[in-house]
Design a protein around this ligand. Structure first.
Ligand code: NAD
Length: 357
């Protein structure tokens, strides 16, 4: 294969973990005989500093002319006081909507070597956690009408949740298709007891399920889902949800698998094109200290090889290498426990690279 990849390192720990992920991608391409070029572009705070906007046209052009995008993370304290539309995080929303990436896949898997890092009771952790959160990414509350107005009670602000049949249908299809390759169980999460948009969501998901008779479908209200996730996570295979509920539930799912520094994600549209990034943010509290766990970013490369380029063997090779390094007892600070061998973030990247080579 000859691939053309866009790389957006971003802010904070973004450039640190992205550098490790790109090293791993290069090593795998070399080992399996693929050619690849990597073009860097700016987004988020780095773009604000240079171009005064979070998502310059140049960056979108680089992404559009690539086969897929590797993203670090954006944001940081330095830009926290900017108005909403100029904040680094707007770059994420812009990239997702401009590139048509409506399906966000966020696997949350408890590696057997990391059972000790799971904050849940041992009997719960031992039952296993292997969940794929399928989150709608370009609609709902994060993209709906919003604003502020003066009222006789002072200023008021609103955000709007709106979903169309098309938007729900296509993300439901993504979830059911993914279920066919897993344990064939979809749990759709909404708030249909209160929200009209959730009632439409539930109707459409139920309708899509009819085309997938081998997949079982259940529905949960989001408050119950967040409770079940810590009570009995082994019951879940695929968690399908809206933009906001999926955002929150996937962070909860990440924490019960040990650390947010372990979890990759894929944002996909209807073609093979995708954007791949760790689910964590720019972690300004640890940026520049070589403490960032690069595994989420590295596993995002594995997801890219699998979902955008159908390179299953290469993807599995990365995942196995990560598991081997963990099984040998190497840990970054976020997943460290007594008796394990602590390494800095760059050290973890080097160990995985060595394992690959
Ligand atoms: P965060 O994910 O950056 O950090 C949460 C906690 O997890 C912090 O204690 C951090 O040190 C730790 N952490 C995160 N990644 C880690 C890693 N790889 N290794 C070890 N520890 C790690 O979330 P936050 O603090 O809420 O947000 C910080 C900034 O990131 C904000 O500006 C936020 O808007 C932005 N953000 C960006 C993205 C993205 O770019 N996709 C996602 C979430 C948050």
């Amino acid at each position: 294969m000859n691939l053309n990849l866009a790389v957006i390192p971003g802010d904070g720990i973004g450039p640190e973990v992205t550098a490790q992920a790109v090293n791993v991608a290069k090593a795998v391409f070399k080992k399996f005989g693929h050619e690849a070029s990597f073009t860097e572009a700016l987004a988020g705070g780095a773009a604000i500093d240079r171009f005064q906007i979070p998502l310059p046209k140049e960056t979108l052009d680089v992404c559009r002319s690539s086969d897929s995008v590797i993203l670090g993370a954006v944001g940081g304290w330095k830009w926290d006081t900017l108005p909403g539309d100029l904040r680094p995080e707007r770059a994420l929303l812009g990239l997702r909507s401009e590139l048509g990436l409506y399906a966000n896949l966020r696997p949350a898997k408890l590696f057997s070597a990391l059972k000790g890092a799971c904050p849940l009771r041992e009997d719960i952790a031992s039952a296993g956690i292997d969940i794929l959160v399928v989150r709608e990414l370009t609609g709902g509350l994060y993209f709906g009408d919003r604003g502020r107005k003066q009222t006789d009670q002072g200023q008021a602000a609103w955000d709007t949740e709106q979903y169309s049949v098309l938007e729900v249908k296509r993300i439901a299809v993504s979830a059911f298709e993914a279920a066919l390759k897993r344990r064939k169980k979809v749990t759709s999460v909404d708030k249909a007891n209160v929200l009209e948009s959730s009632r439409l969501w539930r109707e459409v998901v139920t309708d899509v399920a009819k085309s997938y008779p081998s997949v079982s479908l259940s529905h949960l209200y989001v408050d119950n889902a967040s409770m079940q996730l810590v009570k009995d996570p082994a019951q879940f295979d695929i968690l399908l949800s809206t933009n906001m509920f999926g955002d929150i539930l996937s962070d909860e799912a990440s924490q019960i698998t040990g650390s947010i520094g372990m979890l990759p994600s894929a944002s996909l549209g209807s073609s093979g094109f995708g954007m791949y990034e760790p689910i964590h943010g720019s972690a300004p509290d640890i940026a520049g200290k070589d403490l960032a766990n690069p595994i989420a970013a590295i596993l995002s490369v594995a997801m890219m090889l699998r979902h955008s380029f159908a390179l299953e063997e290469e993807a599995a090779f990365i995942e196995t290498s990560v598991e081997k390094v963990l099984a040998e007892g190497w840990r970054t600070a976020d997943i460290h426990s007594p008796g394990m061998k602590k390494v800095p973030g760059s050290g973890m990247g080097e160990l995985i690279l060595k394992e690959l080579e």
